[in-house]
Design a protein around this ligand. Structure first.
Ligand code: ZN
Length: 412
């Protein structure tokens, strides 16, 4: 730790000195409503910020064939106008890649929010807004750390790459495309919201859609039709069965099968003819995405066979997003140890290990490209919910630790 201590005071001073600017960048980023398909404005803000920090910035698009790549999710939208932004900065020593995603999940009904989800609002040390926590606060933390390291110890900063991905929340294809194009380094840090803990692993994640047919009829002769909403009800129990099956042998945190969307019906006086369920399932090794897909197919078929209507009108299953593999970095890996050292130098104690029951883009670096990757980022609340927020002091604390890591990693 001797090396960092030499620079600690200068790094902390630099974080403090550049904090206002980083938080102002965060405000602008949260104000860009970068839901799926609308990532461009946020990406332009990131590109400008990286250029300001001396990165040579480039952009690439999702390749047409990305869905066929190993580990890829099922493509969601055409790639045009949805750049993946990355910047590179020279230096000598070990290289480091910082990876964040600008895509955010939909805000949901605005009446559940205390204020407009895309107008950043300060609340007693927190910044509230969709994406503030997951993970635009991490962008502010990482760019602030880079700026502080460059200001306080420029000779100790190795080659840096910053990847600003899209589709982390549905496929991971943004990061996969960048890595596949050779945008890699000796190690990767994702400033995802980890509450300043180390997150070294993630669950496998599968998205699928179930489509249940009914038979439309006028409501006054409803008996001659089949209500697709009612026909879908047995599948709710089947999804709970699936959750139990995917958790067999899992000793860690329980993995959820989440019924995330349910759409049906055209008119109150019409018997609905179609119901669609959108589901996210999580699982851990030794399950693979292919194995989990087979289990989904089998469990739904079994449930359908028990039901008189579904037995003859089996639900259609479509795998329509994540096909993410579980991943894990050994917490004793030198990358994790170095980041733990940097955290301890700021906080006086070891960071906790966060158990992972979601996924992150780190899986591609670890599984497909053999590059160690880890998540470490600010404290947050209500991510994916209303009044999502990031705790601003933790953005600065995270930057202090990451700045220490950057100068040690590059100089070693
Ligand atoms: Zn995230």
């Amino acid at each position: 730790m001797g090396k960092t201590v030499l620079h600690a005071a200068a790094l902390d001073e630099a974080v403090e000195g550049h904090a206002d600017r980083a938080l102002e960048f965060l405000d602008r980023l949260v104000a860009a409503p970068s839901v799926l398909g609308q990532e461009r404005e946020a990406q332009m803000l990131v590109a400008a910020e990286l250029e300001r920090l001396g990165f040579a910035v480039e952009a690439l698009e999702l390749p047409e064939e990305i869905g066929k790549a190993e580990g890829a999710g099922v493509p969601q939208l055409p790639p045009v106008g949805r750049p993946i932004v990355f910047g590179r900065r020279g230096g000598t020593g070990r290289s480091l890649l910082l990876n964040g995603h600008v895509d955010v999940v939909p805000a949901g009904p605005s009446r559940f929010w205390s204020s407009d989800p895309f107008v950043p609002r300060r609340d007693d040390g927190w910044l509230v807004g969709r994406g503030a926590g997951d993970m635009k606060g991490g962008f502010a933390m990482a760019t602030l750390a880079v700026e502080a390291a460059l200001a306080a110890a420029p000779d100790r900063v190795g080659p840096l790459t910053f990847v600003s991905a899209i589709e982390e929340e549905c496929t991971g294809n943004g990061t996969l495309a960048a890595a596949g194009a050779g945008v890699l380094a000796d190690a990767v840090i994702h400033p995802e919201p980890t509450n300043l803990k180390l997150l070294t692993c993630g669950a496998g994640i599968l998205w699928f859609e179930l489509e249940v047919e009914g038979r439309a009829a006028h409501a006054h002769v409803a008996g001659s039709g089949v209500n697709a909403i009612e026909a879908a009800l047995p599948l709710f129990a089947a999804l709970r069965e699936l959750e139990d099956e995917l958790n067999e042998g899992n000793n860690g945190r329980r993995h959820a099968v989440n019924l995330g969307t349910f759409t049906s019906g055209e008119w109150p006086s019409t018997v609905p003819s179609l119901a669609t369920l959108g589901v996210r399932a999580a699982f851990s090794a030794p399950w693979t995405p292919a194995g989990a897909q087979q289990r989904v197919t089998d469990t739904i078929a079994r449930a359908a066979a028990r039901d008189p209507w579904l037995a003859h009108h089996p639900p259609r299953i479509r795998f329509n997003g994540f096909r993410g593999e579980p991943y894990r970095l050994d917490p004793g890996h030198p990358l994790a140890r170095a980041l733990a050292d940097a955290h301890r130098d700021v906080h006086g104690s070891e960071p906790e290990l966060e158990p992972g029951s979601a996924t992150t883009d780190a899986r591609f670096y670890i599984n497909q490209f053999g590059v160690p990757a880890i998540c470490y980022g600010p404290r947050v609340r209500n991510i994916h919910g209303p009044d999502e927020a990031v705790e601003l002091p933790s953005v600065l604390d995270g930057a202090r630790a990451l700045a220490r890591f950057i100068v040690d990693w590059g100089a070693t």
